[in-house]
Design a protein around this ligand. Sequence first.
Ligand code: KIV
Ligand code: ZN
Length: 514
Amino acid sequence: MTTATADRLIIFDTSLRDGEQAPGIALSPDDKVAVAAQLARLKVDVIEAGFPASSPGDFEAVHRIATEVKGPIIAALARTHPDDIDRAAAAVAPAERSRIHVFQSTSPIHMEQMLNMTPDEVLTSIADSVARARGLCEDVEFSPQDATRSDPDFVIEACKVAVAAGATTINIPDTVGYTMPDEFAALIGRVAEEVREGRDDIVISTHCHNDLGMAVANSLAAIAAGARQIECAVNGIGERAGNTSTEEIIMAVKTRHDHYPVTVAADTTQIFETSRLVSRLTGYPVQYNKAVVGRNAFAHEAGIHQHGVLKSRQTYEIMDPADVGQHSSLVLGKHSGRAAFSDALSKMGVRLEDVDFQRAFDRFKELADRKGEISEEGLKAIIEEETGIAADVVKLVGLHLRGGDQEPPVATVRVTRGDEPIETSAEGDGMVNAAFVALQDAFGFPATLLDYRVVPFTSGADAMAEVSVIIQTGPTTYSGRGVSTDVVEGSARAFVAALNKAMIDRNGALGGDR
Ligand code: KIV
Ligand code: ZN
């Protein structure tokens, strides 16, 4: 049995029971054992492994977890039916420490519409079932289902009956995610006072659903009112809108220890791995901006934020990402500034001199405006494209394409050579070919295309592609690379890079006629 001390918060993870009840989730016994083993690494205090009476598969999974997973208490859920309690007891029997969690509804709507039972019959069923469970297992928890839509006096009466029958954890569920923090705190305060009657061995617990997005806030309000066990699920999975999320509760009480004077046993560095495993096995994706475990939880894109984080992480981070097994990232996108761009280059081991840096930065901003986020591969291609040629040779400044199905393709290119603008147009047997011919006119010498390759390196409608070309002028070959969200533009950039090298060879950088 885990007994609460005044400041110890028990983390009761129900990912494998309430979490698994979420639509579309069906974990095999192997999957459940894998998640339970990871929850043990996370060092949660209690794993609610399942509802053994619900199916033979669930019985097997709970039994295997109880046999194979060491550390946390292994709990199983049961209705007040004798058979449920016996199945739960048999399933958790092999565990080092086991618990039976009995629940019964106490709200008028559940008692009348669902159970067809009077309040007295409900109280009797609680007394009998908790006593039966206690005869089979030392550690028994009781939950008055739909407590927050029940008469508080009746909730307290039902909980007192459960304690008298041997329950030592009293869990108050907000089954339909209906309550609000101040209201819930008042209920928990009453239960803590009137049901515990000063007994240190009785733990008050909560189990909040997220129908109005209040599960974590309600659980925190309950802690402030005296609850010392929180029922929660990884990534917040569970019935309908889900449960209180395990990672959010753990990190909220750790980060705001000044506000919640409780300690948890969890090894927070396992949080991210646990989240990923649960997401992979349940098929439930984690939203990008999910607190603590979302892909963007420690990602910074705004230039001002990136600048701040580069100076000192705490300027925009209240948790150390390493504490939850994550790491910070500066997303290079259109909001990024020079500081983040320069940081990304140095992480890639690239040092650019002033002019090259400016060219690469300008090109990065231009692409980021169109593409949004630029990956490391994109960055490498930009650097190669922009720094492979001298700053003052021919630069592509515009490309216009027309023609198509019925008419021959025509490309008009605008380049600058030093300060001189040059515009040329040419027809081709395709858009890429037309751009190549127009560029040869702009440079003023012919070239032959020997090799042409396109490598897409991001997916999606606005994917970026890198184009590599090899051209020949006279006896010599020259390579060029270009990157763009548009393949013809990327090709034109690759041609310009290769033609520039050829021109430098032919004339010396700015010398000679074009
Ligand atoms: O939401 C709920 O009331 C439950 C109980 C079984 C605790 O999941
Ligand atoms: Zn629930």
